[in-house]
Structures are given as structure tokens and as C-alpha cells.
Design a protein. Structure first.
Ligand code: NI
Length: 173
């Protein structure tokens, strides 16, 4: 198994109401899923990379809050402007900034709860037509729609939670 992709890579799928409900549930339950994933880990365990050369459990949690903050921002720009260009960011560089080592992950978990409450209510109120609204990614210059965005971040949260749960399984934690 590729330790980087414990649940496989994100695979875009056509819009359906059933898949929409599934993805909305993923958005809703991610904060709880992450909390469960890190439950009872001690400081040394939290500072363990999820794979050789990979981020530590702490970095993974801080990364999810940064990443989904960007997702919330992309969603709001796309809902309020026509085909906006949204900023990509250097996730490796962000993972080296001070709060990744100096703040407890509970700060980021609280933020993830807040971000996901907003993401969930915003996505849950979109019509099938709204999901066709588009944005341009500043790095790839590619165009994406909000259906892609929902799927991407529903996947992305589970992807990183699985990094932690797979590590725990391998370590017998
Ligand atoms: Ni990520």
C-alpha cells in the first residue's frame, strides 16, 4: 500500500444527489473523525511522522486546518464573484511556520470544527446549478467547479485522518 494515499487519490465523479449527501456527511463528520483519530495520543506519538519523511501527526492536523481554511475562502469567493482566481499556497512551506510546532493541535481542531460548520451549511444550501459555479486555481491555471471543490475536501479530510489511523494501526497504538 502507498502510505501517502491510504484511501487512494481523489477521483472526481459526476454530480448526483446521493453522492452530494455522502459528501456533505463527510464534511459534517470530519472534525469528529479527526478527534477520534488523535484520541489519547501522547506528545511523542503526536510528534511521530505518519511515514518516513512525512509530516508528523501534529503537522497533519495543523495542515488540515490551513487547507480547509483555503477551501472555505475559495468557496466564498466563487459564490460571490464570477469565475474568480483563487490562491494556491505552498503547503510544505506553510507546514514549517511557527504555529505548527508551537501551538497544541487542539487550537487547529477547534478551527476545523468552525470551518466545517461553515463549509457544511454553505454546501448544503447550494442547488445543483450552484455547484456548476467555477473558479480558476492560481497555480495550475485550471478551472474547477464547486462540485469538484466539495468532493476534493470531503476526500482530503478523510485522506489525512487515515494517515493517522493507519499509523496507529501499524504501531499498535
Ligand atoms: Ni493535504
Amino acid at each position: 500500500m502507498d502510505l501517502r494515499y491510504p484511501i487512494g487519490q481523489y477521483e472526481p465523479a459526476p454530480y448526483s444527489d446521493a453522492l452530494r449527501e455522502e459528501r456533505l456527511a463527510d464534511i459534517k463528520f470530519l472534525p469528529g473523525l479527526l478527534e477520534k483519530a488523535i484520541e489519547n495520543l501522547d506528545e511523542a506519538q503526536l510528534n511521530t511522522p505518519y511515514r518516513d519523511g512525512g509530516w508528523t501527526v501534529k503537522q497533519v492536523v495543523h495542515h488540515v486546518s490551513d487547507s480547509h481554511l483555503n477551501a472555505l475562502s475559495r468557496l466564498k469567493f466563487t459564490l460571490t464573484e464570477e469565475n474568480p482566481t483563487v490562491m494556491g499556497y505552498d503547503e510544505e512551506a506553510w507546514a514549517k511556520t511557527a504555529e505548527y510546532t508551537q501551538l497544541p493541535i487542539n487550537v487547529s481542531l477547534t478551527m476545523i470544527h468552525t470551518i466545517h460548520a461553515k463549509l457544511h451549511v454553505l454546501f448544503a444550501n447550494l442547488s445543483a446549478e450552484d455547484f456548476k459555479r467555477t473558479y480558476i486555481h492560481s497555480q495550475s491555471k485550471k478551472q474547477f467547479d464547486l462540485w469538484f471543490l466539495l468532493g476534493m475536501y470531503a476526500w482530503h479530510g478523510k485522506h489525512h485522518a487515515a494517515h493517522i489511523t493507519a499509523l496507529r494501526e501499524r504501531m499498535g497504538w
